[in-house]
Design a binder for this molecule. Structure first.
Ligand code: HEC
Ligand code: HEC
Ligand code: HEC
Length: 204
């Protein structure tokens, strides 16, 4: 019996109870079911309604977003929460980054929701400046990649932009300014939270 024959024997041979064939087919089906449900969770968790209606913590930022140019505008193209906040590169490292993001940030958000870290408007307002810094840092680290999924310098008609924008944008395009969108454009979907005033030192 040759190699193929041996393989075939192994394929048919019962493991203890089941043949390798059944185990393989069963494993394949289980795998497909796992990825289908994984995909469902990944897609469902990208539904912006989850952040808008799911958690009252997000009420203030959602209301602001609705009034911002990214929530309501002349051309009717809105950028939703995950468009800006969730990495969505189309390559494999990007896919891992997205999963990592969902597992870490998602779980953290659910945790803080459960323990009620920001369950009143006051608590949220008090934490807001710091939260904005965390988000801004993430944009900086990724070179404002999320903005550039929609806005691309190649398709920007600089002739239609005002002078101030053109000179800045040209300097970014030719590389003389090393900045990404977020460095010049904070507060494009929510009001930019103000830096809290330094607390008065306690009097003795
Ligand atoms: C889903 C696509 C999308 C994403 C992501 C996106 N934008 Fe926009 N952006 C738009 C659209 C659509 C408009 C409105 C165009 C209009 O009405 O003139 C706009 C408008 C703007 C404007 C013009 C503001 C104004 O007052 O006219 C700026 C600046 C801007 N975006 C910056 C950003 C930055 C910075 C990011 C990342 C933090 C970003 N955008 C992410 C689609 C997007
Ligand atoms: C070095 C600073 C700088 C960087 C970096 C920068 N911009 Fe701007 N941008 C400006 C200035 C200044 C204006 C004009 C004033 C304003 O709208 O804030 C402007 C205006 C705009 C406008 C409105 C144009 C108009 O005529 O209505 C859009 C859209 C925009 N920027 C998108 C982007 C995007 C997307 C990026 C990243 C790919 C980016 N900008 C990077 C400085 C910058
Ligand atoms: C156009 C891109 C964009 C969209 C769309 C967007 N955000 Fe943001 N978000 C930002 C940026 C940029 C910051 C960092 C602070 C700043 O510049 O406003 C931020 C900050 C935040 C913060 C930190 C607290 C704060 O006030 O800064 C929360 C929470 C948040 N976003 C939730 C949401 C939710 C919920 C939605 C959907 C209703 C949403 N974002 C839609 C770009 C966006």
């Amino acid at each position: 019996m040759g190699f193929i024959g041996n393989m075939w024997e192994a394929f048919k041979r019962p493991s203890i109870k089941y043949s390798l064939g059944i185990l393989l087919v069963g494993g394949f089906v289980a795998g497909v079911m796992f990825f289908a449900s994984f995909h469902f969770v990944m897609t469902a968790s990208n539904d912006p309604r989850l952040c808008m209606d799911g958690c009252h913590e997000m009420k203030t930022v959602t209301e602001e977003w609705k009034k911002s140019v990214h929530g309501y505008n002349r051309v009717g193209v809105a950028a939703t929460c995950p468009d800006c906040h969730v990495p969505h590169d189309k390559d494999i490292p990007g896919w891992f980054e997205k999963v990592y993001f969902k597992v870490t940030i998602g779980v953290k958000d659910i945790w803080h929701h459960t323990i009620g870290t920001y369950n009143t408007e006051e608590k949220f307002e008090a934490a807001r400046y710091e939260l904005a810094q965390i988000v801004t840092e993430r944009f900086k680290r990724r070179g404002s990649k999320e903005c550039m999924f929609c806005h691309k310098f190649e398709t920007m008609d600089l002739e239609k932009q005002d002078k101030k924008a053109v000179s800045k944008h040209k300097s970014v395009i030719d590389g003389s300014t090393k900045k990404s969108c977020i460095d010049c454009h904070a507060g494009v979907a929510h009001e930019e939270p103000k830096e809290p005033e330094a607390k008065e030192p306690e009097k003795k």
